[in-house]
Design a protein around this ligand. Structure first.
Ligand SMILES: Nc1nc2c(ncn2[C@@H]2O[C@H](COP(=O)(O)OP(=O)(O)OP(=O)(O)O)[C@@H](O)[C@H]2O)c(=O)[nH]1
Ligand SMILES: [Mg+2]
Length: 291
């Protein structure tokens, strides 16, 4: 959506606090430096809300919270299941004394902005969907006498199509050819969970393109002549990633970031810590770069 950035800028100007929603499975890749810069330029307080907490273990959420808190106040919630959502209220009150306060909910497509507005509103007020780019307009809701919340359309960061699809920010249908994005997704997810295709689809095939073929065959996605429809298989994969069906996630260490930890036995024994080399090699190979 071309004018999403313009809509978001206007809303950020009207707001006192900006909630930047990111996906818990990969907060680094789904944050937007551009949005963060915009909030700073407009002189607005920004809070990072890590959403979809139900898809990631609590220790990893805590690690992300610690790492991101170095830059912005950060909380994690599972908006759909109403997990930890009382922290939304608390953090808004913590960052501003202003009453009434206007809060803008911003972020990439599909991270759960509209779901968060509904949580604050206390009932279903705006529609939500696993289809990225669902919300097209800014919508204001009064969540309390002192709190107005504005939902915004997801902004698409500049970048390669494949990169965006891997972040769940592009609809697979909108890609002319979804196969390169699916191949990229396979590559990225395999770094984290080498056997995910076997685990989720029963596909045991190391070559990524052949894996898509096998997935097509298993799902009976065939073209007229009977050969596997790899484009459809690619869409299945991208859609499952966007809908949270594939619960693969990344940790700060995958980005070479070290959350401060309590002293572990290993660290006490080994001084510099047992897994620092694993962390730095993960950083070298790198999951999807952040914007
Ligand atoms: N697992 C999980 N899914 C969630 C959570 N919050 C939202 N979702 C799902 O994520 C999808 C996108 O949610 P929306 O609230 O529509 O996301 P959005 O950021 O408003 O998306 P756009 O309007 O496209 O920018 C929907 O299928 C939601 O049900 C959550 O806490 N956990
Ligand atoms: Mg929305």
């Amino acid at each position: 959506m071309k004018d999403a950035w313009a809509i978001v800028r206007k809303v950020v100007r009207e707001a006192d606090v900006v909630l930047e929603v990111v996906d818990a499975r990969d907060p680094m890749a789904t944050r937007s430096r551009e949005l963060e810069r915009m909030a700073a330029e407009e002189g607005k307080k920004l809070v990072i809300v890590i959403n979809k907490a139900d898809l990631v273990p609590r220790e990893v959420l805590e690690e992300w919270k610690r790492v991101l808190s170095r830059e912005y106040p950060t909380i994690y919630v599972g908006a759909r299941e109403r997990l930890g959502t009382r922290f939304l209220w608390r953090i808004i009150k913590r960052v501003t004394d202003k009453k009434p306060v206007v809060v803008a909910v911003v972020g990439l497509p599909n991270v759960g902005k509209s779901t968060i507005l509904n949580v604050l509103k206390g009932r279903h007020s705006v529609s939500t969907s696993p289809v990225p780019g669902w919300t097209k307009h800014a919508t204001l809701a009064r969540a309390a006498t002192w709190l107005k919340v504005i939902d915004t359309p997801g902004v698409v960061p500049r970048g390669e199509e494949e990169e965006l699809a891997v972040r769940g920010a592009l609809r697979p249908e909108s890609l002319e050819d979804p196969v390169p994005a699916a191949l990229k997704l396979i590559e990225v997810l395999r770094r984290k969970e080498p056997d995910f295709l076997k685990k989720y689809y029963g596909v045991d095939e190391s070559d990524p393109l052949r894996a898509l073929e096998e997935l097509a065959r298993r799902r009976n996605l065939l073209k007229k002549g009977g050969e596997p429809n790899v484009e459809e298989a690619a869409r299945v994969l991208l859609r499952d990633w966007q809908s949270g069906e594939l619960a693969v996630y990344f940790t700060p260490e995958d980005y070479g970031l070290r959350p401060r930890r309590k002293r572990t036995k290993e660290a006490a024994r080994g001084g510099s810590g047992g897994n620092s080399s694993a962390a730095s090699s993960a950083a070298r190979e790198g999951p999807p770069p952040s914007s």
